[in-house]
Design a protein around this ligand. Sequence first.
Ligand SMILES: *Cc1c(COP(=O)(O)O)cnc(C)c1O
Length: 364
Amino acid sequence: MEKNYKTIADRYNEPFNSNFLIFLDSNSLSGTSETVNKYEQELALYFKSKFALPLSSGGASLLAALYALDIQPNDEVLVTPICPLCTIYPILAFGAIPVFCDTYEDNFSIDIQEIKNKVTTRTKCIIDIPMWGYPINAVALKNTANEYDLPLIFDLAHAHGTLYESRFLSEYADISCFSTHSRKILSTGEGGFLLTNHSNLYERAKSFIQYGYMVGNNFGLNFLISSLQAALGIDRLKKIDENLLKRKSNANYIINNINNTDIKQFNIVDNGTPNYYSLLIKELKQENVSHFIKYLKEHGIPSDIDRYKCKPIYHYEYLKKYKANCPNAEKLITSFTTIPVHPGLTQIELHHIINNINAWSRYL
Ligand SMILES: *Cc1c(COP(=O)(O)O)cnc(C)c1O
């Protein structure tokens, strides 16, 4: 076997320069400065949301969202098991209970029928997670959430720019939570934000992330983002469209050049458009997927499935007591791998990826 492949970077480290410092408000570097206010306005504008709230992490955005919805101990949250621990731990932080609902066979949406089966009087909200930026059935979810009068949260940490019927996924949710960790599409090192069109939810979340304004009427903690990160966010938000376009063009280039009939792109739900946080491809014979992932890794093409040892989240020790029967999710998470398509890829790397996918044989 050939050796000495340089491993392809699995994420994009955006070129770093200090131009962003021009956005700093010289009077304050705190999380309540003019710089953070400006970042907030820019986020709301870009994502077409009435309100945006920058904060210290994606996890903090989930905590603030759940607090805004007045989540209480033993409340139930309907959520799919295909998500990272980061989506579930904020639920546990409030003493609430994740109730795992199966996905569909071929996409990451919560199965609507599962919502109907598992909703109870204690259900507080629904959280769905468009993993790797692949769209989910936003309209069906919104309609179902409305039918049961349940707030809908989307964890869009992977999904900046993912569309459903040409609109951002966030436009369908009551609250959307984002991370801007350095592995995410919009990156401030550490950081996050939430979006909502509801002024009452925005006000509650905003108070929560700054100790309830320290007046002692409401609970709160400190999840403010610093001005430095906000300044970086303002700068990088200007380049997000370019970043997304490059990902789309890289993904299409790979897809259009795959001539190996054993490999197909992951299903894209009707009316949905991925942001290509990653490109997902399937080895059509499920039993070959792990071998395929190992083969790609040996050729310097990394996979999140290998990196994170992805499995339905209730298999982790800490979450075993919430285990549910989710046969579709069990199958789905072992049916594909992730391929990097970020803007940092060179033409040589793109060809390296294509050539190795095309050279894959189940009998290697
Ligand atoms: C990264 C991520 C988070 C957590 O974001 P942090 O900024 O690291 O707290 C939450 N959910 C998903 C789906 C993520 O990918």
